[in-house]
Ligand binder design. Structure first.
Ligand SMILES: Cc1ncc(COP(=O)(O)O)c(C=O)c1O
Length: 474
């Protein structure tokens, strides 16, 4: 069976109720009639070519474009990650221009900067004072200068289901009279169809829109879609970028699951019954536990809140989020999507059932009682002392690409002040980099890294031995 196979079986036996990706939640109904072994095929006579589709893949992509409201849709089999990367590779006439990206972007956007060689300017998110997370963005405050931009890339919605004023951003671009494309990472909002959810980025008028269809819809893990409309981005370049990045042996299982995910996405009844149950959850638990809700729209740069993400903050319970997660896993077999010291995110997908949400509601009700019995003010005090903040932006000396390919050496972290850093360091979650490769180490960032006691770090394995990669100079 092997370690991985056995590990998977052990995991499945625990019988967790999934509030994480993938969106199909292991439910067979999305795959009926699909013979998994027999369909594990790639390009063969009678099938089609992903990179030059003209038959069944072309037809399925066309249908998906109709469903999601795009002019054209490309199926992706290497995750939403390649969607972000291909968007950047598709940009033309970028000389002396910068690309505007959110500092809180997913790391695939950072890798897109390395691949494309583009220099970034950053949009800074607003950290919500209660959740201590970057949930919003104030477009007006950013004072975007459109003439210098090759493109603007934004994330809508955030991992946590909050959306900023994307409509305003699009309006600003239009009134600038300039052509900089607006690229949207809608990885966490593939299900934004119909009246139950915020408007999709395509509907609002974005040029390129990425869906990680496996996150909330029924597509298999690693399946995603990239949608296009308008003529601000060259479709030929986009296709070339995708060909460069994606496997030459696309899995037809993934492709077939993408095709079906579109059709299932139109079945709004599945979401309707979940929405009712979630409203119930808020009524029953919202008094005891701080849950992000539609009442938060209009605050801290948040314009929309997706009810299908349940983000709870445990600090007022006086119990750390990891402690609460242990309790919910042990007692209720509830598996969240992610957590940090004080927040837990439960992510619904199209495969969840009303029964799943009732289990979550019950678990959270009992969590409030449990917290009363074990809660201690210690955690509250500690939490208050370790509030999350994004340090001031360090100076960008080299583009991420130049920094990636430059000669580097590993030095003690405490000696890194003033050096150009050779790796991107992000506390995860929420994954907002404190320093990006090519930037100069500042006192604020250094203090933050030296003072941090634990945590998970994205892109940095030097935490244990307190070392960091810097560029060779001279
Ligand atoms: C905001 C965002 N964009 C893009 C991605 C990448 O998607 P994928 O995991 O499908 O490669 C993720 C993954 O978590 C994400 O959170």
């Amino acid at each position: 069976m092997g370690d991985i196979g056995e590990g998977l079986i052990r995991y499945q036996k625990q019988g967790f109720c999934s509030f994480h990706t993938p969106g199909h939640k292991g439910r067979q109904e999305f795959f009926n009639g699909l013979d998994f072994l027999g369909s594990d095929l790639t390009e063969l006579p009678g099938l089609d070519m992903l990179h030059a589709s003209s038959g069944i893949i072309a037809a399925a992509q066309k249908r998906s474009a109709e469903i999601f409201g795009a002019e054209e849709t490309y199926f992706l089999i290497n995750g939403g990650t390649v969607g972000n990367q291909a968007m950047f590779l598709a940009l033309e006439n970028t000389e002396n221009k910068r690309v505007l990206v959110e500092r809180s972007s997913h790391r695939s956007v950072m890798s897109a900067l390395v691949l494309s060689g583009l220099k970034p300017d950053y949009l800074m998110p607003i950290v919500h004072p209660e959740f201590n997370l970057p949930l919003g963005l104030d477009v007006e405050q950013q004072r975007i200068s459109w003439q210098d931009l090759a493109a603007c890339h934004v994330t809508y919605p955030s991992y946590y289901g909050t959306g900023f004023e994307l409509n305003r951003l699009l309006l600003e671009r239009t009134s600038s009279g300039l052509k900089a494309p607006i690229l949207v990472d809608q990885a966490h909002g593939s299900h934004y169809l119909g009246p139950l959810f915020p408007p999709s980025a395509l509907k609002l008028g974005a040029d390129l829109v990425l869906h990680s269809s496996h996150k909330t819809l029924s597509a298999l893990t690693q399946s995603a879609m990239l949608h296009v409309q308008g003529n601000r981005v060259s479709r030929a370049r986009l296709r070339q970028g995708l060909e460069l990045l994606q496997s030459s042996s696309p899995s037809y299982l993934l492709l077939a699951s993408l095709e079906r995910a579109g059709e299932f996405a139109l079945d709004f009844r599945r979401w309707e019954c979940l929405q009712e149950e979630i409203a119930n959850l808020h009524r029953k638990v919202g008094g005891d536990i701080r849950i992000l809700s539609s009442k938060d729209a209009g605050t801290y740069g948040i314009q929309t809140v997706d009810w299908s993400k349940v983000l709870i903050n445990t600090s007022h319970l006086g119990v750390s989020a990891p402690h609460c997660v242990n309790y919910l896993r042990e007692e209720f077999r509830l598996e969240p999507e992610l957590w940090d010291e004080e927040n837990i995110l439960f992510m619904l997908g199209i495969g969840n059932t009303a029964e799943d949400v009732r289990r979550l509601t019950k678990g959270l009700e009992c969590l409030a009682h449990f917290a009363n019995s074990v809660g201690c003010t210690e955690f509250k005090k500690r939490w208050r002392n370790t509030r999350y903040r994004i340090p001031p932006l360090p100076k960008l000396i080299l583009s991420p690409r130049e920094a990636f390919f430059a000669p580097k050496r590993l030095i003690p972290l405490k000696e890194s002040l003033g050096h150009i850093i050779g790796e991107t360091v992000s506390p995860y979650p929420p994954g907002v980099p404190v320093i990006v490769m090519g930037e100069e180490m500042t006192q604020e960032v250094l203090d933050m890294l030296l003072m941090s006691q634990d945590g998970r770090w994205q892109g940095w394995d030097g935490f244990q031995n307190q070392r960091i990669w810097v560029l060779e100079e001279g």
